[in-house]
Write a protein that binds this ligand. Structure first.
Ligand SMILES: [Zn+2]
Length: 646
């Protein structure tokens, strides 16, 4: 009671002495509270009710105005410059780097390693230190190396990784890869849409398309909200959270993951994923035993436990906006950008197993999970990784896949017109070996057709089954168009054009498909759009001086209103003042097929209009009839189909 009186008298004293200040502070707190209640960004809810219609895949511009405001070009990652005092060679042997030691100036350097042992998916421990002279083969994938100088000071301490293939080969009978038995290398990045990939990793995408002859799926759509359901369907072919799978509340070991089948067919297997506190499978109970022969999770758990406090990650939000406060980036562990650990482990897996069959799934979260710009810092490294694969002949017996599970999840981006589509359409690119193209010509033909069809992880799973069973013939048979379409159709088989979201098991929440509504080609708006497109072409050609004729519109051949079937459900959204005052711009899309003269060129283009009636071209204007030698005077790829040389 006495204590209570004492406290009350202190409050009274404060009330009198700091009255004005208290009023101001209370006012600020109330304003802050109101702001957080009413102005908060909430998820806009869009649902597609026409999920049983033939899918028209939306065509968006990767540089759409609504999304470009979030994009920033970043400075390269800066890490410490000190060299590693040890390295693992291409046979998996750990060595002291004698020249680095000599350069360091330390005397009588002696090094030891402590193996990192996985206790479960959440805990690791360090085993006893083992001193090694110049080199040693470590019988584990992860270990902490310490080096001391002549005064027993620790001069080097870093986590290292290798692929302990020797121990695995004692327990598993691995078979050789061949033209028939292909390796599968899946390189995954979380939360990366195809359009975001075009903005942020253009060097990698160009390399995949132009140098590796890869295919990029433009209708690839997510089937679940976030990572878990999409990856589970990729790896099992089943629908997550359904009775098709064992209950997910327990360890996931009983799940029929396809890497088990690959392992049973003589494959070495690997799964690596960074950011252990956000692990795809550990959000549930994770795995009791390592799910694959090589499993990188303990490395990242050890990095957080012994190497790098998580708090540094707070700086990433600033770095995503190109604000670098420290001397070195929060993306580094000492001298190494963190994504290098992931890529080097992947490379060791591929290199050390040589010509043994291999199945690898790598999933990189940190650069993309919460931030939309950071991934550009790894663009060149991804390209170099793929270049290393190609130039060392390691793609000759392999399928390479670059993929994601969904687009960016940040509400501010997801709520834009482009973000709405991007969130639902992740990147998916695939490279197949040259002999597959020549021996089974239907496969490249179908893959090419399927780049423009509605596709999902269920299709990828079916393709993985084809690869697992080395059956490249059955995809030659067309799907029975008259029967109900199967949920998953191998990407090697032609996916029917008529496929709807219902056919592909894409729920209405994620179904981005538009539909075409025919319009009168002679209507004023169709002609207006045609005129706009012709002047757009003339303007684009003006940079070539007077080489090209000035085109005129001769006829509108076809015109469609492109109906977006994703309809907003405001009644299901949380209320905030922001949504009350901010309305979506009313953007309409049209598809126009038109003829110009001279030259009778036929073009097709997608156009958007906004509230103020101005037009924008979405993507490119495509020439749909042959231009023969009409464009002899132009070499530039984009102008050539448009120009009528004079
Ligand atoms: Zn994800």
């Amino acid at each position: 009671m006495i204590q209570f009186r004492a406290i009350w008298s202190i409050i009274k004293m404060f009330r009198h002495r700091y009255r004005k200040q208290l009023i101001v502070i209370t006012g600020i707190l109330i304003v802050y509270w109101m702001q957080s209640c009413f102005y908060r960004e909430v998820d806009y809810i869009f649902v597609n009710k026409n999920t049983n219609q033939k899918c028209v895949i939306p065509n968006m511009d990767p540089l759409d105005k609504s999304i470009l405001q979030f994009y920033l070009h970043l400075d390269p990652v800066k890490c410490e410059q000190t060299p590693d005092l040890v390295f693992v060679d291409s046979k998996g042997v750990l060595h002291v780097n004698q020249s680095a030691v000599a350069d360091s100036g330390y005397r009588d350097v002696s090094c030891s390693f402590s193996v990192i042992k996985r206790l479960d998916d959440y805990e690791v421990k360090r085993e006893t230190e083992v001193h090694f002279g110049k080199s040693a083969y470590v019988e584990a994938d992860f270990f902490l190396v310490k080096c001391k100088d002549d005064e027993f000071r620790i001069v080097y301490e870093k986590l290292h990784h290798t692929i302990d293939y020797k121990s695995q080969m004692q327990h598993h009978k691995l078979l050789n890869d061949s033209k028939k038995h292909l390796n599968v290398y899946i390189v995954g990045m979380d939360s990366l849409s195809r359009l975001a990939a075009e903005r942020t990793i253009p060097i990698t995408l160009r390399y995949i398309e132009q140098d590796l002859g890869g295919y990029i799926m433009k209708g690839y759509t997510k089937v679940g909200v976030n990572t878990f359901p999409n990856l589970v369907s990729l790896l099992t072919g089943k629908v997550s959270y359904s009775n098709e799978l064992p209950p997910h509340v327990e360890h996931l070991d009983p799940y029929p993951f396809i890497w088990k089948n690959f392992s049973n067919s003589g494959y070495a297997t690997m799964f690596s994923e960074d950011l252990p506190d956000m692990g795809t499978f550990t959000y549930w109970k994770g795995f009791k035993d390592p799910p694959t022969m090589h499993y990188m999770r303990p490395f990242y758990v050890a990095l957080d436990t012994f190497g790098l406090p998580n708090t540094k990650r707070a700086f990433l939000a600033l770095e995503n906006n190109n604000i670098n406060l420290g001397r070195y980036s929060a993306l580094c562990v000492k001298n190494t950008p963190k994504h290098h650990f992931y890529m080097n482990y992947y490379k060791q897996f591929i290199e050390f197993y040589g010509n043994k069959r291999k199945f690898a799934l790598g999933w990189l979260n940190e650069l993309t999970h919460e931030y939309d710009n950071l991934v550009q810092l790894a663009d060149r490294d991804y390209m170099l990784f793929f270049k290393w694969l190609k130039e060392s002949g390691r793609l000759d017996h392999s399928i390479l896949i670059l993929m994601s599970d969904h687009g960016i999840m940040q509400k501010a981006i997801k709520n834009t017109l482009a973000g709405r589509t991007e969130n639902r359409m992740p990147i998916f690119a695939i490279v197949i070996p040259p002999h597959l193209k020549t021996k089974y010509p239907h496969i490249p033909r179908n893959l090419n057709t399927n780049t423009k069809r509605l596709t999902t992880v269920f299709d990828v799973h079916e393709m993985l089954v084809d690869i697992l069973e080395s059956d490249f013939q059955r995809s030659k048979n067309p799907v029975n168009e008259l029967a109900k379409l199967p949920r998953g159709i191998s990407l090697f088989r032609e996916i029917p054009e008529r496929r709807s979201c219902d056919d592909a098991a894409i729920p209405g929440d994620y179904c981005v498909c538009d539909s075409y509504e025919p319009m009168d080609a002679k209507s004023a708006i169709s002609k207006d759009i045609g005129q706009f497109l012709v002047s757009h072409i003339n303007q684009a050609l003006s940079k070539h001086g007077d080489k090209c004729a000035i085109l005129q519109l001769s006829e509108i051949k076809d015109s469609f209103f492109v109906k977006s079937n994703l309809q907003r459900r405001r009644e299901n959204e949380e209320f905030t003042l922001r949504t009350l005052f901010r309305s979506d711009p009313d953007i309409k899309k049209y598809l126009n097929v038109f003829e110009t003269r001279p030259g009778n060129a036929l073009f097709e283009a997608l156009v958007s209009t906004n509230d103020n009636g101005s037009y924008d071209v979405i993507g490119r204007i495509n020439r749909v009839n042959k231009y023969g030698n009409q464009s002899w005077c132009i070499d530039e790829k984009f102008s050539k189909p448009l120009c009528f040389c004079i």
